[in-house]
Design a protein around this ligand. Sequence first.
Ligand code: NDP
Length: 488
Amino acid sequence: MSTTFATKTYKNFINNEWVDASFEKTIASINPADKEPVGYVQSSTEDDLNKAVEAAHSAKKSWRKLGQSARGQILFKAANIIEENLDEIAETMTREMGKTLPEAKGETARGIAILRYYAGEGMRKDGDVIPSSDKDALMFTKRTPLGVVGVITPWNFPVAIPIWKMAPALVYGNTVVWKPATEGAVTAAKVAECFAKAGFPAGVLNFITGSGSVIGQGLIDHPLLNAITFTGSENVGQGVAKSASARGIKYQLEMGGKNPVIVTKEANIDQAVEAVISGGFRSSGQKCTASSRVIVESSIYDEFKQKLVEAAKKITVGNGLQEGIWMGPCASESQFNTVIEYIEKGKQEGAKLVHGGEVLIGGEYNNGFFVTPAVFEDVTTDMAIAQEEIFGPVIALIKAADLEEAIEMANNTKYGLSASIFTSNINSILEFIDEIEVGLVRINAESAGVELQAPFGGMKASSSGSREQGEAAKEFFTAIKTVFIKGS
Ligand code: NDP
């Protein structure tokens, strides 16, 4: 375990200066493995927010005029600086929100790859030529930035999610005001420090911390804001949508999930078990794409359950900085309490806890928010643990008579982010692709996998419908001008 970690107070980054919030009030960010502070961030006010948005507004014309290629070059620099600081950022992430160090390093490396992908966008086309019905005219489309974009991010991927929003926003010519989740704000500040060193002109990227209801809401309501991209809970997301549509600004929401995995009688059971363990319990189940409902055909149910429980028993839980630890703590006391409440609710509703769900106590466990990975069976689709997003290491096993019933059960939720099927039957695969109501369809692969070059996003209550990452990000972060030119 590293011992070089220094606790410090991080400032806001506004108009290329690191500044204290106007009331000089700070918020402690707490390590969920030992309850020690990881660092302090500013508790900003509306005055601070105004300065950040005004800086972004003042910078937007010159940033747009700089051109896509030059903007891409600055993103390349930011990627290199994050790479130089990868170990420190990853260690901060593990300390701040608990995911294991290898996972934190993987996420930081993902952030670097995303930056390089969008830096390369600087050299790609930003429009199409379309034949005009007038033979003497030239008609084409040209992408144009939206202006000032607000970026509101959650704590569970404190590096990758902000980067997959900010990198396309910036390369396509928008200026940014980023408000990270308070729970992951120290890790976010380390990323902001790397961006600050990359050489963006003043006001192009602004970083401000503070309460979601003050800074987050204030950002959406700010008259100089042109668009908002948000990832977080459904509850807050719905409020973001209302405020943004009332103001008539473009918005993008990615929210919760209740992601199903279907295991059919033709599945490779070992492959399915491995994927459910990884998809359900990595990051302590705190991924929007985590597997939380596993719907198994009755004829193979007993074999699958037995293998799953055996695999779950091997999971080592502890401080994510320690070698040999597979699953860290819940990210915060409130996450931990939510997980415990759902485990109790599951029991009360008549589901049977066949493994885990215990609070770990004794020794180092006493200082953190540790719970063992839980597997419930006898779960019916109307139970809270089969309907509501727990965002913790809890898997609900549900029996289905056949594929048709399994797909019906999988779709029986308000969410629609990701879903997997394990089967070797091509007809089942084709039916699943056709019938499943999600944005990410995964065949013989865990539900929690994302590729940065492909569109990412959900259906139903998981999303506002637009897509992030890959080329799809361009649709949100730009507007199209259709240009018609004729000689005079
Ligand atoms: P929250 O919705 O609580 O918070 C998300 C962000 O919104 C934070 O920065 C938060 O700030 C801010 N916020 C809080 N209240 C408001 C408000 N009234 N107005 C504007 N902003 C506000 O989500 P979590 O951070 O707890 O993240 C977990 C959730 O995110 C889960 O539901 C998960 O499924 C979802 N998620 C979805 C993903 C996807 O791509 N679909 C990916 C990752 C997570 P503060 O922290 O200061 O409260």
